[in-house]
Design a protein around this ligand. Sequence first.
Ligand code: PMP
Length: 350
Amino acid sequence: MSKFWSPFVKSLVPYVPGEQPKLNKLVKLNTNENPYGPSPKALEAMRAELGDGLRLYPDPNSDLLKQAVAAYYKVQPNQVFLGNGSDEVLAHIFYGLFQHDQPLLFPDISYSFYPVYCGLYGIAHETVALDEQFQIRVHDYARPNGGIIFPNPNAPTGCLLALEAIEQILKASPDSVVVVDEAYIDFGGETAISLVDRYPNLLVTQTLSKSRSLAGLRVGLAVGHPDLIEALERVKNSFNSYPLDRLAIVGATAAFEDQAHFNTTRNAVIASREALVEQLQGKGFEVLPSAANFIFARHPQHDAAGLAAKVREQGVIVRHFKQERIAQFLRITIGTPEQNQALLDALSDI
Ligand code: PMP
């Protein structure tokens, strides 16, 4: 603490991201990155962009990428917002759309950045308990609120909510913005973007960090009614005019255009997930049904924190959360078949 800080900084509780170890021989199954590389076409586009042109600022509107995203999802470019990772997109959503008298609602078990943004922007919020099976109960959200947000599939559970259930939530709160955070949707769900033209209160966020394997490039997006997008543009243009750099704009655009690479890598992750679930169940783990690139699992006889520490000694890192309700679970990112095998070997040794 320092006398130079703005007073409210003393009360901030920042988000703690998963470890990014300096040793690269570790098998890293802790932050839901994609084990396969990005599209070679995306890499090529970025190499071509590397040159004297970097002395110029990028397009503040990232129109090239907006058009690619709009074409991909069959919406208009003015229904697309872009940011420096979906975390930044979410930050602008919290600031621009969630500051109301009624509390923001989100699940008790969900992305741990949400309460951090509430703290940063002074947004009142209430958590809504998942049911015993860790599923979202839609009718629990039918109550006065200043906005609703949940990941789909949920994180860190991996559980998917059907589009019909999302529609029930939208219909019950027509005067609130409902944000569906689809960071992991490509690994087993159907995007709610198909609903944005029917629900002006729906905003869907996505990221290129997971299914497009570009976590290091930092590109995220939101799709919704042009009025919601305009609020986000106002916040963005009051904060940072150029969140996406020149490399990010061309790399992300090429990634969206490379459907073949997307399909191959996504299908490989899904196939590995199904295989890993079966093998973990064979070892006595209980695994929640996952539509994501990670699974959430617990073992009835082994303490989760202890297991995480022991597999780490064998060079494999997974994520453990201390939050009481999920303290006996491990969140395991799906790796390549070899990485998953390294985890299974480490568990066998225990
Ligand atoms: N939403 C959820 C549910 C996430 O798990 C993550 C990844 N930590 C994000 C959003 C943010 O991802 P990014 O900023 O890399 O787009």
